[in-house]
Design a protein around this ligand. Structure first.
Ligand code: KIV
Ligand code: ZN
Length: 500
């Protein structure tokens, strides 16, 4: 048996299907580059046929991101498969991921197809994908609620038609580790059999909080590919968390005995970037990448860790890139100091991105005494907004309080001139958004608004994330600032700029 575990990352496809996430192609490319640094084996860049934005993101990632095999999802439908190929064709290496539902409820209620039609479409889909590439994955969607005999017969036919990876999705997070292993043992023997060129994979959802447990259990049943998303984001309760699977396999080699290619020191950086660009915060106590994953509060624990870290730590924070390197910068720090901090944190920026990040750093350093590692990270991740601005926010003044309706006045650069707009609202942020709606001349629906402190303390930087809907499309904006109202204005303007 091959003892390498393939990590298939679907942050940009299934992860991005999480409610309220609206990544632009540019943001997806940024995350994809980071996933390549993390050295995931397969990178599912999107679902090319689902929208022009997804097509663009998959094609750009295929052209620009080197290292992982790039894949696109496709229904077992000729147009989807052709579209996936069109988007992927310039990649160094690519895979087409074909799926078709096999459960009675999906076939009857959603697809309105008979089992025979599902069987034929699956085989035809795999054959069509195979004309474009040798690397074809097939997934029987809702496998864990399917009739196992039928699902296995479809998978067997998919392998005969050329599929080289058979992925068993627990689409609705219904399986328990024991049922899942039983099912996978059948798939392993009846579908993969002796074929070394076929890999059995799993794709688990977290509806019952079992995604990681189910994924890890599958290794014993012969699975050699695990699919998941960074921070476990995805439809409903999300997907398997890549960082948790990776660190469990690495820390408990005795239990799992499989090799990985992932550079675990990039896990924290990747988690932060995904959190920042999706606007999905990482819970403080999240395994591996949560802020408290290596923090010790009780005196007894602190005492033990000071004597020997292993008293209460089974992993080293440095192994996941979360060593809090005690980087402290301030307003007197120059380019060299900032560049050195980035270097220590393993962050690589091109010249233009560095210049933008450095200028943002200087602005914030002027207001704040100390800038630590988390703040540097947030500054770097914040650099995408201002450069794409069509209307630039120059100034903001908000007046009002308990007795007086808040009024916000924004000064913006629009069509080459400086212009001023005012708006009122129930609170300072509401008034600011009202003024910006006038400045942009659009009235978007606010879908999501979140403020998360980057560090603790009254002078902490806050990350603000906003998602707006303009017509049928959603746009996300982000900012970091010591001032929540100013940060909210920047994030809102950033989202509106993307829509215009
Ligand atoms: O959950 C699921 O079934 C999927 C498939 C398309 C692989 O995401
Ligand atoms: Zn899924």
């Amino acid at each position: 048996m091959n003892d390498r575990l393939v990590i298939f990352d679907t942050t940009l496809r299934d992860g991005e299907q999480a409610p309220g996430i609206a990544l632009t192609p540019e943001e997806k490319v940024t995350i994809a580059h980071q996933l390549a640094r993390l050295r995931v084996d397969i990178l599912e860049a999107g679902f090319a046929a689902s929208s022009p934005g997804d097509f663009e993101a998959v094609s750009r990632i295929a052209r620009e991101v080197k290292g992982p095999v790039i894949t696109s999802l496709a229904r077992a439908h000729p147009d989807d498969i052709d579209r996936a190929f069109d988007a992927l064709k310039d990649a160094e290496r690519y895979r087409i991921h074909v799926f078709m539902s096999t459960s009675p409820i999906h076939m009857e209620k959603m697809l309105r197809l008979t089992p025979d039609e599902v069987f034929r479409a699956s085989v035809e889909g795999v054959r069509r994908a195979k004309k474009y590439t040798d690397d074809v994955e097939f997934s029987p969607q809702d496998a864990t609620r399917s009739d196992p005999d039928f699902m296995i017969s479809v998978c067997r036919a998919a392998v005969e038609a050329g599929a080289t990876t058979i992925n068993i999705p627990d689409t609705v997070g219904f399986a328990t580790p024991r049922d899942f292993v039983d099912l996978l043992e059948r798939v392993f023997h009846e579908v993969k059999g002796e074929r070394d060129d076929v890999v059995m994979s799993v794709h688990c959802h977290n509806d019952l909080g079992l995604a990681v447990a189910n994924s890890l259990s599958s290794i014993a049943a012969g699975a050699r590919q695990i699919e998941g998303a960074i921070n476990g984001i995805g439809e409903r309760a999300g997907n398997t968390s890549i960082e948790e699977v990776v660190m469990a396999v690495k820390t408990r080699q005795d239990a799992y005995g499989v090799e990985l290619s992932v550079d675990t020191t990039q896990l924290y950086e990747t988690s932060r970037l995904v959190s920042r660009l999706t606007g999905y915060p990482v819970q403080f106590n999240k395994a591996v990448v949560g802020r408290n994953a290596f923090a010790h509060e009780s005196g007894i624990h602190q005492h033990g860790v000071l004597r020997d870290k292993e008293t209460y730590e089974i992993m080293d924070a440095a192994d996941v890139g979360q060593e809090a390197a005690q980087i402290v910068l301030g307003k007197h720090s120059g380019r060299a100091g900032f560049a050195d901090a980035l270097d220590k944190m393993g962050i690589v920026l091109d010249e233009e991105s560095f210049a933008r990040a450095f200028s943002r750093f200087k602005q914030l350093a002027d207001r704040k005494v100390q800038i630590g590692e988390d703040e540097v990270r947030a500054i770097v991740e914040d650099q995408f907004g201002p450069a794409t601005a069509k209307i630039r926010l120059i100034g903001l003044h908000v007046a009002g309080g308990n007795e007086v309706t808040p009024t916000a006045t924004v000064r913006v650069e629009k069509d080459g001139t400086e212009q001023v707009f005012s708006g009122q609202g129930d609170g300072m942020v509401h008034a600011t958004f009202a003024a910006l709606r006038l400045a942009f001349g659009i009235d978007p629906k606010l879908i999501d608004y979140r403020v998360v402190p980057v560090t603790s303390g009254a002078d902490a930087l806050a990350e603000v994330s906003v998602v707006v809907q303009v017509g049928e499309r959603t746009f996300a904006g982000h900012s970091i600032n010591t001032d929540v109202v100013e940060g909210s204005a920047e994030a809102f303007a950033n989202a509106l700029n993307k829509s215009s």
